[in-house]
Design a protein around this ligand. Structure first.
Ligand SMILES: [Fe+2]
Length: 458
C-alpha cells in the first residue's frame, strides 16, 4: 500500500517537474522573440562591406537602396524571400567612404533621409583618428539611459572641431537588456533608446550574464566568426576581433565560453594576438578583472569566479602582448585603474610595484601615460569598469588598482589616433568626469619590469 502510494506520488512529482521545465522552456523561447518594427542597425563594418538589419511587423521582401548622397541612392539590393527579419549585406564598397541608404520593401521606402548613412572602415594600416563609444550595462530603458545617451550627443555637438566629430563605432559591454535578455527588452533599452545612433553607427556587442538568460542575443546580432573585419577567425559569435583605424579590438565572452587555458577561446586569443600588427590593442568583456563595485572581483563566489578567471587566466596573456586598454561592465559604476601590470591576485596583494607609470594620466596636467611605440610585453594597461550606462549601485569602489572611481551614470568615449589614445568618461550630466591619455612614442624606451609570472595553479 505504502509502496504503491510512494510510487504514485513519485510519478506525480516527476510529472510536475517536467511540466515546470516545459513551462520555463516555453517562457524562454517566447521571450526570445519579438514581433514588431525595429529600425535599421549596422553590423560588421569592413573596408568594403556593411550589414544592415531591421525588422518589420509583416512579412515582406527587404530592399536597401544606397548611394553617395540621400538623393542619389542609385544602387539596390533586394531580398529573395519575404520575412520579418531583414539582413542585407552591401559589398563592393570603397574604404573610408560615406554612403547613404534607405530601407524598405519593393514598393515602399520605410526609412530614409540624412540619418541613414554609414562610413566604411578605414583602409587597412590607416592610422586615421577613430572614436569608439562604449556603453556598459545599458539594459535598463528609462530616463537614466536616455540622459547617458543625450549627454554624449550633446557633448559631441558642443566641442570645437575636430573633437566634435561623430562616433565611428558603438560598443556594448554586455547586459544590454534587463532584466533577462528578452528580445522586447533589447527593443526598449537598445533599439528604441539608441535608434538615431544605430542608424549610422555600427554596433558591436559583448555577451553579459543578463544577455545569457534568453536566446535573443545571437539572433539579434551578426558578429564575425570568420575574421570578416580583421583578426583571426574565431569560429564563433561568442568572441571575435576586428581592426579599425590603428586599433585591434578583441571582444571576449566572459560569460558562457570555456575560460580555461586549454579552452578554445584562450587558444584562439593566443593566435589572434600573435597575428596582430595594429599599434593599439583594446579588449572588451563583461566581467571586470578588478572591481569593488556592484561585484567584488576578490570573491570566487561572486559571478561563479568569472572575474577571477579573467584576471588570472586571460590578463597574463593580454599583458604579454602589450594590451593598452581593457573595458568591462557588470559593476554599475565607473572605476578606472592606473597604468598597471602583472597584478593577478586579490586586491589586498596590490602594491605600487604594479604601477608602471606614476604619471597622473591626466592630459590637463601634461602627464599622459607613456608607452613604447611597438607592442612590448608588460608596459602597462588601463582597466576600465564602465557599467553605469543605465543603472547605478552603491558600493565601496575602493579597489587599490583604481586611480579614479565614481558612483556616476555615464559612458566612455575612446579616441584612437596613430600614437595617442584619449579616453573620457562623460557623465549623464554631460561633464567629462575622467580623462586619461596614453601616448606611444619611438623615443619611449621599454621599461624594465619585475619578473611577471602568472598564478602557479593556473
Ligand atoms: Fe552583469
Amino acid at each position: 500500500m505504502i509502496i504503491r502510494w510512494l510510487k504514485r506520488s513519485g510519478v506525480v512529482l516527476l510529472a510536475l517537474i517536467a511540466l515546470l521545465g516545459l513551462g520555463r522552456l516555453y517562457q524562454v523561447a517566447t521571450e526570445s522573440l519579438y514581433a514588431g518594427n525595429r529600425e535599421p542597425y549596422l553590423q560588421v563594418p569592413t573596408m568594403h562591406s556593411v550589414i544592415i538589419r531591421w525588422q518589420t511587423e509583416a512579412d515582406e521582401r527587404g530592399v536597401i537602396r544606397y548611394g553617395s548622397a540621400p538623393d542619389k541612392l542609385d544602387q539596390r539590393v533586394i531580398e529573395q524571400t519575404a520575412g520579418e527579419h531583414h539582413e542585407i549585406q552591401l559589398a563592393g564598397l570603397q574604404p573610408d567612404t560615406r554612403y547613404y541608404y534607405a530601407a524598405g520593401n519593393p514598393t515602399e521606402v520605410r526609412y530614409s533621409g540624412d540619418r541613414y548613412r554609414f562610413t566604411t572602415a578605414p583602409t587597412q594600416g590607416s592610422e586615421r583618428a577613430v572614436r569608439l563609444w562604449f556603453i556598459g550595462d545599458s539594459g535598463q530603458a528609462g530616463p537614466d539611459a536616455v540622459s547617458v545617451r543625450n549627454a554624449v550627443l550633446t557633448w559631441l555637438d558642443s566641442q570645437p572641431h575636430p573633437y566634435n566629430r561623430k562616433v565611428d563605432l558603438l560598443i556594448g559591454l554586455g547586459d544590454l537588456a534587463y532584466p533577462s535578455g528578452a528580445n522586447k527588452d533589447y527593443q526598449a533599452a537598445l533599439f528604441d533608446t539608441y535608434a538615431a545612433v544605430l542608424a549610422n553607427t555600427p554596433f558591436w556587442a559583448a555577451y553579459g550574464n543578463h544577455d545569457d538568460r534568453r536566446w535573443a542575443y545571437f539572433n539579434i546580432f551578426t558578429l564575425p566568426e570568420n575574421g570578416e573585419a580583421g583578426g583571426v577567425a574565431s569560429g564563433t559569435e561568442h568572441y571575435y576581433s576586428f581592426d579599425y583605424g590603428a586599433a585591434h579590438v578583441v571582444v571576449l565572452d566572459s560569460q558562457d565560453s570555456d575560460r580555461s587555458i586549454d579552452g578554445e577561446m584562450y587558444q584562439w586569443l593566443k593566435n589572434d594576438l600573435q597575428a596582430n600588427e595594429q599599434r593599439w590593442l583594446i579588449v572588451a568583456f563583461h566581467h571586470p578583472p578588478y572591481t569593488k563595485g556592484s561585484h567584488d572581483s576578490d570573491s570566487r563566489r561572486d559571478s561563479r569566479g568569472r572575474m577571477q578567471d579573467m584576471r588570472e587566466i586571460f590578463l597574463p596573456l593580454l599583458e604579454s602582448h602589450g594590451v593598452d586598454l581593457v573595458l568591462s561592465g557588470h559593476s554599475h559604476m565607473y572605476e578606472r585603474s592606473f597604468l598597471i601590470d602583472c597584478h593577478y591576485g586579490s586586491s589586498d596583494s596590490f602594491d605600487s610595484s604594479r604601477i608602471v607609470d606614476h604619471g597622473s594620466g591626466n592630459p590637463a596636467l601634461a602627464a599622459p601615460y607613456r608607452k613604447p611605440a611597438d607592442a612590448v610585453p608588460h608596459q602597462g594597461t588601463v582597466y576600465v569598469v564602465a557599467g553605469s550606462s543605465s543603472k547605478l549601485d552603491q558600493a565601496p569602489i575602493d579597489h587599490p588598482a583604481m586611480g579614479h572611481s565614481m558612483l556616476e551614470l555615464g559612458s566612455v568615449l575612446v579616441d584612437v589616433d596613430a600614437y595617442r589614445l584619449d579616453a573620457r568618461f562623460v557623465s549623464s550630466h554631460g561633464e567629462v568626469r575622467d580623462h586619461f591619455r596614453i601616448e606611444k612614442s619611438v623615443d619611449q624606451a621599454a621599461r624594465a619590469r619585475p619578473a611577471c609570472e602568472p598564478p602557479v595553479d593556473r
